[in-house]
Design a binder for this molecule. Structure first.
Ligand code: BGC
Length: 564
């Protein structure tokens, strides 16, 4: 029976590489997650999405899969995965697998077969095209399309004399979803994991499963690498939805599982209903990226941190557009960041002057929105972006590709500032458990340097402080999941109040006779505000004040959850 349990869930995303290391190799592992299940349970979340832990050469930290049916030795064994699932279930926590359908590693046996000859039966499981020649007769890629990870999205294969498509790194060839045998294999693999006990999937990069098979050049202006960043060539294309229906029929509809697709920035609200409308016969929900990057981080190298401001109007208009657009049509998830984004504390909060207040404020907004919230590991203690001053401290494959090209046009200082604000490594540093060496993440040498502030910002310290961000998250999760506000916070209507206010995010949630008013100050200064009514109860105030008057002066990053 389909229970739609995910509507009431609070999700927690774990980047296993950086969560907890138990064998001192400097890399987090599944046993580390098992060890921290009590922590996860105590936080109050009940659905954990874990980034890929399949066998992988780790070019893209596990999104480059070489065996879908096994756990990479760096993370543990298949028995560890089974134990993790069983132990999580005993605690009422569901486990969501990161399902990578768009590509494999170039070291996956399918690709090794595919590249071995032009007539290999697996040749058509990937996307191969013949080279073109420029006017001088020099070999050039089949199209001018860019890859998400810099440069062309084609890589030349000497053995067979053709190019394969790879929209991410060179080591991540795209699978050809037009091939029915490949699709069947992917469905069988997905069912295998559900039968093993996982409770659903976050489906990686799903918007890209089908491509423009006319393989013609994009008309878009070429970028500084001479390629066109025209994502429409491989995003949200019509055949994709046929594949999703098939995936639904062959896999999803047979299980009481969650399916959440990653559709990125290309899909608008209308497209989202095709991916995750109540009647779409596809996914339960999709992650979009529209509310990210509202602080002007790109191109901000010449500004100081204090000069970056959050565009609150844009942020709340964007969220409102999605919430109202999907109302009655489909369910939506909410998140501030994931492993591909900078830390929200550094983007929309204020780590230098109002770390505690701004972290609590961000948690307040996230956990009182309609839909299903997802917290990213470390967000609940307000972890920040990196403080690295050496390019070699960064690790991400995209960063490496980017640096190689950017150094031709920017100074190392500008690049470092850019990366400290935008790089994916910001979210991938070791989880800050305590103030011991390596933040209590490992007793070995961590695969990536912890952020220098771990002595002040860590789980141990915040567990002991009743007013900490961690305790605020726990309180807000309890409010959402238990007690009389549960139904209104999960299912209630959402209405922006004072939509034109450029500093405050104020909204009302309403269901039957319960109305909740959420007030959040996104600024580092006081703001006068007149509440629409005097509330009868204060369910949360990150400054812990005893009383509220109708006309209030909101303190920096103050957040309130009030009941009418
Ligand atoms: C994942 C990234 C990954 C990419 C390729 C994304 O959308 O979230 O971390 O690099 O897909 O798998």
């Amino acid at each position: 029976m389909k229970t739609q349990w995910w509507k009431n869930a609070v999700g927690y995303q774990i980047y296993p590489r950086s969560f907890k290391d138990t064998n001192a190799d400097g890399i987090g592992d599944l046993r580390g997650i098992i060890e921290k299940l009590d922590y996860i349970q105590d936080l109050g979340v009940d659905c954990v999405w874990i980034c890929p832990f399949y066998r992988s050469p780790m070019d893209d930290n596990g999104y480059d899969v070489s065996d879908f049916y096994d756990v990479d030795p760096l993370f543990g064994t298949l028995d560890d995965a089974k134990e993790l699932i069983a132990k999580a279930h005993q605690k009422g926590i569901r486990i969501i697998l990161d399902l990578v359908l768009n590509h494999t590693s170039d070291e996956h046996p399918w690709f090794m077969e595919s590249r071995s000859s032009l007539d290999n039966p697996k040749r058509d499981w990937y996307i191969w095209q013949k080279p073109r020649q420029d006017e001088k007769g020099k070999r050039i890629p089949p199209t001018n399309w860019a890859s998400f990870f810099e440069g062309s999205c084609w890589n030349y294969d000497e053995t067979s004399g053709e190019y394969y498509l790879k929209i991410f790194s060179d080591k991540m060839p795209d699978l050809n979803w037009a091939n029915p045998d490949l699709r069947k294999e992917m469905y069988a693999m997905s069912r295998w994991w559900l039968d093993l006990g996982v409770d659903g999937f976050r489906v990686d990069a799903v918007a890209h499963l089908s491509k423009d098979t006319s393989f013609t050049d994009s008309e878009m202006k070429l970028n500084h690498d001479g390629v066109a960043p025209d994502w429409s060539k491989f995003s949200n294309r019509p055949e994709l939805f046929e594949y999703l229906h098939e995936f639904h029929d062959e896999v999803l509809k047979h299980y009481d599982c969650l399916s959440v697709g990653e559709v990125g920035g290309g899909a608008n609200v209308k497209a989202a209903t095709r991916y995750a409308g109540y009647h779409a016969k596809a996914f339960n929900m999709v992650f979009n990226f529209d509310h990210c990057w509202k602080n002007g981080a790109f191109g901000s190298e010449d500004k100081t941190d204090d000069e970056l401001t959050v565009n609150v109007l844009d942020l709340k208009e964007t969220m409102d557009r999605w919430i109202q657009g999907m109302k009655g049509k489909g369910w939506i998830p909410h998140y501030w960041l994931n492993h591909d984004h900078p830390r929200v504390m550094s983007q929309y909060g204020n780590p230098r002057k109002f770390h505690r207040a701004s972290g609590c404020m961000l948690g307040t907004v996230l956990l009182t929105l309609p839909g299903t919230p997802f917290i990213y590991n470390g967000e609940e203690i307000g972890m920040t972006n990196v403080d690295y001053t050496d390019i070699n401290d960064f690790n991400d494959v995209w960063v490496k590709n980017y640096y190689e090209k950017a150094i031709k046009r920017q100074s190392p200082e500008q690049i470092l500032t850019h990366l400290r604000r935008t790089s994916r490594d910001n979210a991938r540093t070791p989880m800050q458990w305590d103030d011991s060496a390596s933040a209590g993440f490992t007793t070995g040498k961590p695969h990536q340097k912890p952020v220098g502030n771990y002595k002040e910002i860590n789980v141990k310290q915040q567990s002991e402080d009743p007013s900490s961000i961690l305790n605020a998250y726990k309180h807000l999760i309890r409010l959402r999941k238990h007690g009389h506000l549960h139904s209104v916070l999960v299912n209630g209507d959402f209405k922006l109040i004072s939509p034109k206010n450029k500093d405050l995010f104020v909204f009302e949630r309403k269901k039957d006779d319960v109305t909740v008013l959420v007030v959040a100050n996104f600024r580092a200064h006081e703001i006068r505000y007149k509440l629409p009514y005097l509330p009868k109860a204060i369910h949360y105030d990150n400054y812990g004040l005893a009383e509220i008057t109708k006309e209030i002066v909101l303190l920096p990053y103050q957040a309130l959850v009030l009941e009418k």
